[in-house]
Design a protein around this ligand. Structure first.
Ligand SMILES: [Mg+2]
Length: 115
């Protein structure tokens, strides 16, 4: 996934230009990532589940949720980069594993559950 690698390079350059790489240890990046997930969750907090898609179809709300999704992605990409994980390859491998674990004909329409 070239786009993820390009994003990782752009985030690395952004950090390098500001001498912020010194702050990007994995623990700090995980906390930053969780913080951004919290900001994303806050936007949806108290919105009835069956109204979320409709409410976030409005351009201003879509832009706002896009900002938080982007924050989450940037920290996830940065964390992956610091840990030397090829996020695109890891995601493809995980999806392949899920294909094997959850054959479509066996689980169609059934929510995954743990035994
Ligand atoms: Mg944010």
């Amino acid at each position: 996934m070239a786009e993820i690698a390009e994003l990782a390079a752009a985030v690395r350059e952004f950090s390098r230009e500001r001498d912020w790489e010194q702050f990007h240890d994995p623990k700090s990046l995980v906390l930053a990532l969780v913080g951004e997930v919290g900001e994303l969750a806050e936007l949806l907090q108290w919105v009835p589940a069956d109204e979320v898609v409709e409410r976030f179809a409005a351009p201003d709300r879509r832009a706002r949720v896009g900002e938080e999704l982007a924050d989450v992605l940037v920290y996830l990409v940065c964390l992956s980069d610091v840990l030397g994980v090829d996020l695109g390859a890891a995601a493809r491998a995980k999806l392949a594993s899920s294909h094997a674990r959850f054959p479509a004909d066996d689980v169609r329409g059934v929510a995954p559950h743990k035994p």
